[in-house]
Design a protein around this ligand. Structure first.
Ligand SMILES: Cc1cc2nc3c(=O)[nH]c(=O)nc-3n(C[C@H](O)[C@H](O)[C@H](O)COP(=O)(O)O)c2cc1C
Length: 184
């Protein structure tokens, strides 16, 4: 079976790389193809109706560097009709005012280019102050077309520094949810 879903991710120190592989494995063989942003081209996105987008947050609220370099290309891309799920990695204790900001930045941009977001994730069980990835924050309200909904992230939240023991279970639950929503 050819891959239904393109998973695009950036990773500087390898955590997001490892999480991307776990997500792919959770979907099962052949369903998800991984594309590292160190090499991906904008044409690669066109092959899929279903996308998963992953980024850690770096340097206090910034995109991972491969996403940062790619970011201007989004303005020439059309995500209309594509269902897009997001996951982010961050460190909630070290960066409590910018926890997972990159996930919110990517969700806002891709939604503004027509992408249909799927796969919210409860913010319960995390300890932080502010995040651009929260649905209902001023930043993401546009991306979600809704008024404030407290307590949910735009996508799966992973913290390998402080909660690595929860990662596999979080992935299992989230993949089950987005499979249902995507119908795959
Ligand atoms: C210099 C530095 C800055 C960081 N800035 C943030 C941040 O603003 N927000 C956040 O949630 N995590 C931040 N992190 C944590 C990373 O997102 C986390 O370590 C992540 O797992 C790295 O993913 P990677 O190994 O795929 O690059 C930062 C880490 C470092 C070393």
């Amino acid at each position: 079976m050819s891959a239904h879903i393109g998973l695009f991710y950036g990773s500087t120190t390898g955590h997001t790389d490892a999480v991307a592989e776990l997500i792919r494995d959770e979907f099962g063989r052949g369903m998800v193809k991984l594309h590292c942003m160190a090499e991906a081209k904008k044409q690669d996105f066109a092959n899929y109706n279903y996308l998963i987008i992953g980024s850690p947050t770096w340097h206090i609220g910034k995109l991972q560097s491969d996403w940062e370099a790619f970011f201007p290309e989004f303005d020439e891309m059309d995500f209309s009709g594509k269902q897009v799920a997001y996951f982010g990695l961050g460190d909630q204790l070290e960066y409590p005012y910018n926890f997972l900001d990159a996930m919110g930045i990517l969700a806002l941009k891709i939604t503004s280019r027509g992408g249909i977001r799927v796969g919210s994730w409860s913010a319960e069980g995390y300890d932080f102050q502010e995040s651009k990835a929260l649905i209902g924050s001023k930043f993401t309200r546009l991306a979600n077309g809704v008024e404030a909904v407290d307590g949910e992230f735009v996508g799966l939240a992973i913290d390998e520094e402080n909660q690595p023991e929860l990662t596999e279970e979080r992935i299992r639950i989230w993949v089950t949810q987005i499979r249902k929503m995507m119908g795959v």
